[in-house]
Design a binder for this molecule. Structure first.
Ligand SMILES: Cc1ncc(COP(=O)(O)O)c(C=O)c1O
Length: 467
C-alpha cells in the first residue's frame, strides 16, 4: 500500500491533514480506515468544528487512493454526524458534542504606550502610490534573499534623510534596516553580550518595554536618574557600566530635551571609558516651539549607535526602523541582524525608499506636526481651564506630555482619567527608584482634539463630584 505525505494545496485544511496516512490496509478497507482517522481527528479536537476539508478529489490525490474511497469515508462520517456536506462550500467538520473546542488562540496583547501616533491620519493613498511604484521597479534579483543590512537603495535614501533632518552622519554602509527600535534593542543586547558586556545603563524614569527587552536578552538594566538636562552623566561613573541607552531628543517619559552641555559630557564619558552610547532618537521629528535639535550621533559618530524608526512619524504597525553604527561595528550589527531573521522584507523597504525619495515623508511630517501641535495645545488649554493648580512639564514636542497633579495617588487618578477616555498613566510606573514626583504621562497623538478636551472636562466633573 502506498503512503503519502505530500501537501494538499487547494486552500482548505491541507495543513491539518498532512498527518493522515493510510498504511498497510487492504484496498477494500481504505474508506473505513480513512473514516476512522478522520473520526479520531474530530473527537480529539485536531479537526475542530467548522474546519473545511479538502475536496474529495484533492484528498484522494494526496493519499494516492481512488476518489471513491474519500467519498465513502466522507459519506459515512456525515451519516454519523461528524461532517456536514455544504452545497457549494465543500465538507465541513460538524459541531460534535463532547469534542474539544478549537484550541484557544492566545493573542498576545499588543503593547500600548502613550507615544502612539494617530492611526486615522496614516497617509494611505501616498503609501499605496509609493508601494505601487516601488513594486513595479523591483528587479527579479530583489525577490531573492536580500542584503541583511537592508535594501541598498533604502539605505541610500535613509542616509540622505537622516543627514538632512537629524544631522546624523550616516553613510549607507553603516546603516542596518531593522523592525523598529524594538529589534534594535535586541541587536544591541546581542552585540553587547558578544563583547562580554552584560549590563547597560538606562534612564530612570524610562521605557518599561525597552528594559524588558534588554533583560530578556540577558543584559541587566541599571537605572540612572534624569534631571532637567537629561541623563545624569556624573551618575554613570558610579553605575560602572560600559553602555548606556538614552532618548536625548525627547526623553521618555519626562519630555526633557538633553542640553548641549550634557550631550558633550555624555560623549566625553563614552570616549574616556571606552563605552558605547545607544541613542534612541525617540519623538525626534516633532518639535512645536522650535526646530528640532540634531541627533547626538552627529557629535559622536565614533561612540554612538543611533536608532530610529517610523513608529512615531508614520505607524508602529509598519515595524520599520534603522540603526546607524560606528564604523567598526557595522559588520557586527549586520551579522546580528542576519542571525535574527536574515533580513527585512523588501516590499516595505522599497516603499519606504520611494516615500522618502518622493518627498511624501517630509509632507507627512509637516502635516502631522501641525496636527499634533493642535492636539497638544488643546490638552494644555483644557487642563489649564479645568485644573489651574496642575502644571505641565517637558518640551513642546512629540506625542505625550507630563502633568503634575497635586496628589500622591496617581494610580487612582490615572484610573479615573482612563475611564474618562484619556490616555494617562502614572509616572511612577516608569520609574526604577521609588520616590519620583507625582506625575501623569498623557498621550495625545492618537486622540482627536475634541475627544481630549471632552476627556479633561469629564475628569474635572468626576473629581469635583467626589469632593
Ligand atoms: C522609548 C521608546 N523608544 C522607541 C520606541 C519605538 O519602538 P519601535 O520602533 O520598536 O516601535 C518606543 C515605542 O513606543 C519607545 O517607547
Amino acid at each position: 500500500m502506498q503512503r503519502s505525505t505530500s501537501p494538499i494545496s487547494d486552500g482548505t485544511t491541507s495543513g491539518w491533514l498532512l498527518e493522515l496516512e493510510l498504511t498497510g490496509v487492504a484496498r477494500g478497507r481504505q474508506a473505513e480506515q480513512l473514516a476512522d482517522l478522520l473520526r479520531r481527528a474530530v473527537r480529539t479536537g485536531r479537526l475542530p468544528a467548522g474546519t473545511r476539508l479538502p475536496a474529495s478529489r484533492t484528498l484522494a490525490g494526496d493519499l494516492a487512493v481512488s476518489r471513491g474511497v474519500v467519498v465513502r469515508a466522507y459519506e459515512q462520517l456525515a451519516a454519523e454526524g461528524y461532517l456536514s456536506p455544504r452545497l457549494g462550500s465543500g465538507t465541513v467538520v460538524a459541531d460534535v458534542p463532547g469534542a474539544p473546542a478549537a484550541p484557544v488562540r492566545h493573542h498576545h496583547r499588543p503593547p500600548t504606550n502613550p507615544g502612539l501616533p494617530s492611526g486615522g491620519t496614516f497617509p494611505r493613498a501616498a503609501w499605496a502610490r509609493c508601494a505601487g511604484r516601488a513594486f513595479s521597479r523591483l528587479t527579479d534579483a530583489d525577490f531573492g534573499y536580500g542584503d541583511p543590512a537592508g535594501w541598498p537603495p533604502l539605505r541610500e535614501e535613509l542616509s540622505r534623510y537622516l543627514g538632512r533632518v537629524r544631522a546624523v552622519l550616516a553613510p549607507p554602509e553603516r546603516i542596518v534596516v531593522v523592525n523598529g527600535f524594538g529589534q534594535s534593542t535586541r541587536l544591541v543586547a546581542d552585540v553587547l553580550r558578544q563583547g562580554d558586556t552584560h549590563r547597560i545603563a538606562v534612564e530612570d524614569p524610562g521605557s518599561i518595554g525597552m528594559r524588558q527587552q534588554f533583560e530578556r536578552a540577558g543584559v541587566r538594566c541599571v537605572g540612572v536618574p534624569v534631571d532637567a538636562d537629561g541623563i545624569r552623566v556624573d551618575a554613570l561613573d558610579a553605575a560602572g557600566v560600559r553602555a548606556v541607552v538614552v532618548t536625548p531628543a525627547h526623553q521618555f517619559p519626562t519630555g526633557v530635551v538633553a542640553s548641549a552641555e550634557r550631550r558633550h559630557a555624555l560623549l566625553d564619558w563614552a570616549r574616556r571609558t571606552g563605552s558605547v552610547v545607544v541613542e534612541d532618537d525617540y519623538d525626534a521629528e516633532y518639535r512645536y516651539d522650535r526646530t528640532p535639535v540634531g541627533a547626538l550621533q552627529g557629535l559622536g559618530p565614533d561612540v554612538v549607535v543611533y536608532g530610529g524608526s517610523v513608529s512615531k512619524t508614520l505607524a508602529p504597525g509598519l515595524r520599520l526602523g534603522w540603526l546607524v553604527t560606528p564604523e567598526h561595528l557595522a559588520e557586527t550589527f549586520t551579522e546580528a541582524k542576519y542571525s535574527a531573521d536574515l533580513a527585512r522584507g523588501v516590499l516595505d523597504q522599497a516603499t519606504m525608499a520611494e516615500f522618502l525619495a518622493s518627498g511624501e515623508m517630509d509632507r507627512h511630517i509637516r502635516r502631522m506636526a501641525a496636527e499634533y501641535r493642535r492636539r497638544r495645545d488643546r490638552l494644555v488649554d483644557a487642563v489649564a481651564t479645568a485644573f489651574p493648580g496642575w502644571t505641565v512639564s517637558g518640551s513642546a514636542a512629540g506625542l505625550h506630555l507630563l502633568l503634575h497633579p497635586p496628589t500622591e495617588d496617581t494610580e487612582a487618578l490615572s484610573a479615573v482619567a482612563q475611564e474618562c477616555g484619556l490616555d494617562a498613566r502614572p509616572l511612577s510606573r516608569y520609574s526604577i527608584e521609588p520616590g519620583c514626583p507625582p506625575g501623569l504621562v498623557v498621550g495625545y497623538g492618537h486622540q482627536r482634539p475634541d475627544t481630549i478636551a471632552a476627556g479633561v472636562m469629564q475628569l474635572h466633573r468626576r473629581l469635583t463630584a467626589r469632593r
